[in-house]
Design a protein around this ligand. Structure first.
Ligand code: IFG
Length: 495
């Protein structure tokens, strides 16, 4: 809820101080430093291509005793006692002489800072217009998200995306208060994460990508770095090792994973469904256990995604038994399982999360008391072309311009899948045709902003007509961040 007072502003100037309680936690101090860096240096929460460190000032955060009121300050405070403070929520009060931001937990403060960022002019993003006055309108905002799962999925397997580009994507996710980064770490064309007990997976399985390019992979240190970078921005990384299909890269690295003991050649096309781990081979289950174990130790989030999609080489019975046995391994390593919609046909635990992308299995899982993540292809697959003139992308799920991505209601998407069963939304970006970071950005933005609003805001406070104008006014910010976004003709982009 927002009440703004027109014509009055809080002006950020060289004397503005970020203020926290004397006994504030290290986490609050870290978040305050991010705000200070955003106000005085190149934004610590976004790394524009042309980041410049400007001005002699060190980021300034002052600890003050409770109750002390400093003028010309932005104060951050935790108030866990506030019953109105829902998880991830915050209250922002902008007055002419001071700004106060209160939240129940660190994530709420972080999201409040993203709102402060968006109330300030785009110049705050790259400080190129260093002399532009940084001011924000006076008013009060009380805010909290509708869904707890607000996700972006990157397919780094069809085409590999380096760790620095993944971190830039994390920066951009943070601007939109997204909190789940699902990394699709393996597929037919590439294995993208080092597994120390099976070294050829990355060394051999990671050397190619769609089209025959040089591919690549993350060392375990690099994945740990990505995870830390994400968590500092209240984003949980969700690792996916797709199985039992989408495994040609693993099969080509280890003959024993194949039922006939023969390793197929590496594959760099874009056909799906032709590969499968051999359920009868004990090597397969050593492989699954070792891979889950090593990745579970690297990624602190509670989830492990086993994929489970597009299995054409196993019988239904083999598939169901595979999913159930894989679930036992994921649980043995202390994680909750996630799988694409097909896994709902197996006898899975109600604690398992089903990620709906096509077809009609989600209600089966809801009926057993399970929860779902919605990723409906025709609305959320960001590898779909915007329109028939878009060069990048596929179109099997239809064309998705900005309105198609924004103008729908998750709670009424699937019969038998009510809001109470929906953890939230996640927008997959598959990379069969997406090669560079600029390609990823072109397909992700501005549609990911539409997804973020759908996942955060209640239906009562959103609508296509007003969203398109707000998105148009948001264009200069994307420009200031150096994002290669698609200028949809549906949106009145301001200069
Ligand atoms: N479906 C496949 C993806 C990818 C996608 C491209 C899922 C769960 C089509 N599986 O989406 O691997 O090929 O749009």
């Amino acid at each position: 809820m927002a009440e703004m007072t027109s014509g009055q502003f809080f002006v950020v100037d060289s004397m503005t101080t970020v203020v926290i309680d004397a006994d504030a936690s290290a986490e609050v101090a870290r978040i305050a430093d991010m705000l200070a860096a955003m106000l005085y240096l190149h934004p610590a929460t976004a790394r524009p291509r042309t980041a410049r460190v400007v001005g002699p000032r060190a980021a300034r955060v002052q600890r003050v005793s409770a109750g002390e009121r400093l003028a010309n300050s932005v104060s951050l405070r935790l108030a866990a006692d506030r019953p109105s403070m829902r998880a991830e929520g915050y209250e922002l009060d902008v007055q002419r002489d001071r700004v106060t931001l209160v939240a129940g937990e660190g994530s709420g403060l972080f999201y409040g800072i993203q709102t402060i960022r968006q109330l300030l002019p785009p110049a705050v993003e790259n400080r190129d217009a260093i002399n532009r006055q940084l001011r924000m309108p006076v008013g009060r905002i009380t805010d909290a998200p509708r869904f707890t799962w607000r996700g972006s999925m990157l397919d780094v397997s069809r085409h590999f995306l380096g760790a620095d580009d993944v971190k830039r994507h994390i920066d951009l996710m943070a601007l939109y208060k997204l909190n789940r980064l699902h990394l699709h770490l393996s597929d037919d064309q590439g294995w993208r994460i080092e597994i120390k007990s099976w070294p050829r997976l990355a060394q051999f399985g990671g050397q190619l990508e769609v089209g025959g390019g040089t591919g690549g992979f993350y060392t375990q240190e690099q994945l740990a770095e990505i995870v830390a970078y994400a968590r500092a921005r209240f984003i949980e990384v969700v690792p996916e090792i797709d199985m039992p299909a989408h495994v040609n890269a693993a099969l080509s690295a280890y003959p024993e994973l194949n039922c006939d003991g023969v390793a197929p050649p590496p594959y760099t096309g874009i056909v799906v469904g032709f590969s499968a781990l051999c359920p009868e081979s004990e090597a397969t289950w050593r492989f699954v256990d070792d891979v889950v174990r090593e990745i579970a130790a690297l990624v602190p989030s509670p989830w492990f995604h086993v994929g489970g999609d597009e299995v054409e080489k196993l019988t239904h019975d083999q598939y169901v038994r595979f999913v159930e046995r894989a679930q036992g391994i994921v649980h043995a390593h202390g994680k909750q399982m996630i799988g694409w919609g097909e896994v709902a046909t197996a006898n899975i635990a109600s604690s398992t999360i089903v990620q709906h992308w096509r077809g009609d299995s989600a209600h089966v899982h809801v009926a057993r008391g399970g929860k779902v993540i919605l990723s409906p292809g025709p609305r959320m697959y960001l590898d779909m072309k915007y329109d028939s003139s878009t060069v990048l992308g596929l179109r099997w799920a239809g064309l998705i311009d900005v309105r198609q991505a924004y103008d729908w209601e998750p709670a009424t998407l699937r019969p038998g899948v009510p809001e109470s069963a929906i953890l939230g939304l996640e927008a997959p970006l598959w990379s069969e045709t997406i090669e560079t970071m600029r390609d990823f950005e072109f397909m992700a933005f501005p549609r990911l902003a539409a997804v973020a609003e759908l996942a955060w805001s209640a239906p009562a406070v959103r609508g296509w007509e007003q969203f398109r104008w707000r998105l148009g006014a948001h264009g200069p910010r994307l420009q200031a961040l150096g994002v290669n976004f698609y200028r949809s003709p549906q949106v009145p982009w301001s200069r």
